[in-house]
Design a protein around this ligand. Structure first.
Ligand code: GDP
Ligand code: MG
Length: 456
C-alpha cells in the first residue's frame, strides 16, 4: 500500500467520563461557531461525528501564541456520542480504532465510578488519552477570560483561587496514582509516554480549550504517525443500527481508513449470521444553513476516511453495532469476508466456559459485550452463555439450565439492554436472577453480593 508521511489522515477522538462531568458541553463549546466571523469555519457535522479541519483548530489555538510545532494533520474527527458505547464499538479485531481519547473529570468531584470504568476500558484497549480537568470556573471567585489559554488565565487569578486549584489538582493526581497512573499538568509533563496529562478546562468559559486542542493534535501527530498514514486497506465499523423513517434500517458507521462508494457490496456481522448487501446511499446531514432543503441528508457517491456516515441498504435489520464492515472487491472471496466479519463474535463465543457452568451475559453491542466479558474473565466469573440485544424469554430459559447444574450461576447479567416483560416474569417464576446495569462494575457488585448471600 502507498504510504506517505505527508498524507496523514485525521485521527479519531472519543470523549469518555462520568455523567455530568461536561462531556457534551465541552463538545458543544469546541464546535461553537465563530460568532465574529458568522460561520462554522469549515466544521462539518457528520453522522455520529464532527469534523474539525486543521484551519479551524489553528484559529482556535492561535491565542496560545507562538506554537513551535506545526500542524501536519488535515483535521480531527471527534465522535459525538460521548461515553462508553461508541468507544467500545470503535474496534477491530480486539484493538481500538479510537486514536486518542479525552477523559473528562470534574475538578470539583475527582474520580467517580464511570471515570474508573473509562480508565479500565482505555487501558484494556491501550488507547492514549488526555484528561480534561473540567469546570475550573467553579472554583470560588474564578476570574474568567473567555476562550483563553489556561496558563494565561491562571496567572490572572487571585492567590486563594490558585491555591484551591492546586489543592484540587494534587488530590486528583493522588487519586490517579491510586489507580496506578502517574499524572501531571500537561505543561509540566516532560514525558508523555509515562505521565497522563491533565488539561484544566471550562466548557462554560472556553478557557483551556485551546490547550486541549493543541495537545490533541500535537500528541497524535507525533506519537501516532504510523497509524494515521493513509493505507489502502478499508477500516470501517458499525457504531449504531437505526430505523429511519423512509429509509428503513440503516447503519451509522465510522470509516477510519480507505474509501466507500455508493453501490459497494458490503458484508457485516449479523445476529443470525453474516449479512451481505449493497450500499443504496451514503448519507451525511444537510449543513445547517441548508435546512430549507427537503431531504434531511446529503447523498455521496464516494467518501474518504476519516468520517462518520449513514449507510442505507437492504437487509440491515439484524446488523450488530460494533461489527466491522468489509467491502467485496473484484478479487475477493465473499465467503472469506463473511467468515471475517463473524470472527469477532466467534472469538467471544470461545470465552464461554468449557465446563458448561457459568452466568448468562447479555449486552447491547459487540463492543460492550467484549468489554463485559473481559471484566468477568479478569474477575474469574465463568460465563456459560452470551447474547446481544434485549433479554427475551429464550435467554431466560437458557440461563435456567444452571438451576440444576450450579444454582449460583442461574443469573442473567444484562448490560445496557432492556429485559422484556415476559422475560422478567418468567425469570421470577423459574428463579433466575436478573441483574441490569449500565456500568460494568455495578453488575459485578450486584452479582458478587448475591453470590456471597447464596453461598452462606
Ligand atoms: P455530560 O453528562 O458529561 O455530557 O455533562 P454535560 O455536558 O451535560 O454537563 C453537565 C452539567 O454541567 C450541565 O449543567 C453543564 O452546563 C455543566 N457544566 C459542564 N461543563 C461545565 C463547566 O466547565 N463549568 C461549569 N460551571 N459547568 C459545567
Ligand atoms: Mg452528555
Amino acid at each position: 500500500a502507498a504510504r506517505s508521511k505527508d498524507e496523514l489522515r485525521s485521527p479519531i477522538c472519543c470523549i469518555l467520563g462520568h455523567v455530568d462531568t461536561g462531556k457534551t458541553k465541552l463538545l458543544d463549546k469546541i464546535r461553537q461557531t465563530n460568532v465574529q466571523e458568522g460561520e462554522a469555519g469549515g466544521i462539518t457535522q457528520q453522522i455520529g461525528a464532527t469534523y474539525f479541519p486543521v484551519e479551524n483548530i489553528i484559529q482556535k489555538t492561535a491565542i496560545l501564541g507562538d506554537l513551535t510545532e506545526e500542524y501536519k494533520l488535515p483535521g480531527l474527527l471527534v465522535i459525538d456520542t460521548p461515553g462508553h458505547e461508541s468507544f467500545t464499538n470503535l474496534r477491530t479485531r480486539g484493538s481500538s480504532l479510537c486514536n486518542i481519547a479525552i477523559l473528562v473529570v470534574d475538578l470539583m468531584h475527582g474520580l467517580e465510578p464511570q471515570t474508573l470504568e473509562s480508565i479500565r476500558l482505555l487501558r484494556d484497549r491501550k488507547t492514549p488519552f488526555i484528561v480534561a480537568l473540567n469546570k475550573i470556573d467553579r472554583i470560588y471567585d474564578w476570574r474568567a477570560t473567555p476562550d483563553n489559554g489556561f496558563q494565561s488565565s491562571f496567572a490572572k487569578q487571585p492567590k486563594h483561587v490558585r491555591e484551591e486549584f492546586e489543592t484540587r489538582v494534587t488530590a486528583t493526581i493522588t487519586a490517579f496514582a491510586e489507580q496506578g497512573l502517574n499524572a501531571k499538568l500537561y505543561y509540566e509533563n516532560k514525558n508523555f509516554a509515562k505521565y497522563v496529562s491533565f488539561v484544566p478546562t471550562s466548557a462554560i468559559t472556553g478557557e483551556g480549550i485551546p490547550d486541549l486542542l493543541h495537545l490533541l493534535v500535537t500528541l497524535t501527530q507525533s506519537r501516532l504517525t504510523d497509524r494515521l498514514m493513509y493505507v489502502s486497506e478499508l477500516e470501517c465499523t458499525v457504531l449504531e443500527v437505526k430505523v429511519i423513517e423512509g429509509l428503513g434500517t440503516t447503519i451509522d458507521v465510522v470509516l477510519s481508513n480507505g474509501y466507500l462508494n455508493e453501490g459497494d457490496r458490503i458484508v457485516v456481522c449479523g445476529l443470525n449470521g453474516p449479512i451481505v448487501t449493497q450500499v443504496r446511499a451514503l448519507l451525511t446531514p444537510q449543513p445547517l444553513r441548508e435546512l430549507r432543503v427537503k431531504s434531511a441528508y446529503v447523498h455521496h457517491k464516494r467518501v474518504k476516511a476519516a468520517l462518520g456516515i449513514k449507510i442505507s441498504a437492504p437487509d440491515l435489520e439484524k446488523a450488530i453495532a460494533g461489527s466491522r464492515l468489509l467491502v467485496v472487491g473484484p478479487d475477493d472471496d465473499e465467503e472469506e469476508l463473511k467468515d471475517a466479519v463473524m470472527e469477532d463474535l466467534q472469538t467471544l463465543l470461545k470465552s464461554i466456559d468449557k465446563s458448561g457452568r457459568g452466568v448468562s451475559v447479555q449486552a447491547s453491542t459487540l463492543g460492550s459485550l467484549e468489554a463485559l466479558l473481559e471484566f468477568l474473565r479478569v474477575s474469574k466469573i465463568p460465563v456459560s452463555a452470551i447474547n446481544i440485544g434485549p433479554v427475551h424469554k429464550k435467554d431466560i430459559i437458557r440461563a435456567s439450565a444452571m438451576l440444576e447444574k450450579a444454582k449460583e450461576f442461574a443469573v442473567m447479567l444484562a448490560f445496557d439492554v432492556e429485559v422484556d416483560k415476559d422475560a422478567a416474569l418468567l425469570a421470577e417464576q423459574l428463579g433466575v436472577r436478573v441483574f441490569t446495569a449500565d456500568i460494568i462494575y455495578h453488575l459485578f457488585d450486584k452479582f458478587t453480593a448475591y453470590n456471597k448471600d447464596i453461598v452462606e
